[in-house]
Design a protein around this ligand. Structure first.
Ligand code: NAP
Length: 264
């Protein structure tokens, strides 16, 4: 942690800030002169990110799937100018093979925690007539492919609704929809990414910078990268039935269950 800017600088709270896109948000926001509150599970990794930043920076070690930790953070969110709801994770297995506790933990983190922190932050932002929220979703939120994509579809839908309400009060809400981004996400989820072509990979700093540019412009959706702008547009324009067919073809489930799904 280091001191640097004045206490009147805007304050941003970033979750999942110990690595990947969250740490990139911390770097880009520090460059814009924000005071930072960085939240993640691992205190040591948070301190290492904070140590590289030339702004006033507080670290909060918290498990955002825990009721007590989320309740404590709600109180902090009431006083911030920008909330970045970014913490998240994926599963290495499909939902039929994932323990229900792990599914519920992901659902809570990606939806309930995002909702609670946003609802804690927004009323005082609206009273002040400035500030906002960035919720990290995923380009997969445009495609019904998994429980992960379902949680991210919720983030997109909720953010767009919140954006419409908040915009009237000069407060911006943006759903960030990244594609494949080089972070710890895929190794944490034990995913084999060796077949993903190079041009599909984005840099975390570029993703965070694009999200902030779009948030400053008041956009409800931020899809960084031409590849993912194209994919997201296809996801929104193609009929759901056709997307379902394409995803069923790509799925690795047994033929018997695939045939049943195709009759939906
Ligand atoms: N990377 C991609 O290709 C990609 C694409 C689309 C969307 N996203 C989304 O981007 C966001 C950031 O992911 P990332 O790619 O930057 O992955 P990452 O490098 O793994 O960072 C995610 C951070 O969130 C933290 N986190 C997870 N569960 C938490 C919890 N219960 N409480 C507090 N912190 C928790 C992780 O901590 P631990 O290490 O302790 O788990 C980790 O530091 C996620 O919402 C993800 O779904 C990523």
């Amino acid at each position: 942690m280091s001191e640097g800017r004045s206490a009147s600088a805007p304050t941003a709270l970033v979750t999942g800030a110990a690595s990947g896109i969250g740490a990139a948000f911390a770097r880009v926001l520090a460059g814009e002169g924000h005071r930072l509150i960085l939240v993640d599970r691992d205190d040591a990794r948070l301190r290492s990110v904070a140590g590289g930043l030339a702004v006033e920076c507080e670290v909060v070690a918290a498990d955002l799937a825990s009721e007590a930790d989320v309740a404590a953070l709600e109180a902090r969110c009431r006083a911030v100018d920008l909330l970045v709801n970014n913490a998240g994770f994926g599963h290495p297995t499909g939902f039929l093979d994932t323990p229900v506790e792990a599914e519920v933990a992901m659902l809570r983190l990606h939806t309930e925690t995002v909702l609670r922190l946003a609802l804690a932050a927004l009323p005082s932002m609206i009273d002040r007539g400035r500030g906002g929220v960035i919720n990290t979703a995923s380009v997969l939120g445009f495609f019904p492919s998994s429980t992960y994509s379902a949680t991210k579809a919720w983030v997109i839908n909720f953010s767009q609704a919140a954006a419409r309400t908040a915009r009237i009060h000069n407060v911006a809400v943006t759903a960030l929809c990244p594609g494949f981004t080089r972070t710890g996400f895929h190794s944490s989820a034990r995913m084999d990414m060796s077949k993903i072509p190079r041009f599909m990979w984005m840099d975390a700093d570029a993703v965070a910078a694009a999200a902030l540019r779009d948030w400053h412009k008041g956009k409800a959706l931020s899809v960084p990268g031409w590849q993912y702008k194209t994919i997201a547009a296809i996801g929104r324009l193609l009929p759901q039935k056709l997307i379902g067919r394409i995803l069923s073809g790509a799925a690795t489930r047994p033929a018997s269950t695939r045939a049943a799904a195709e009759t939906d």
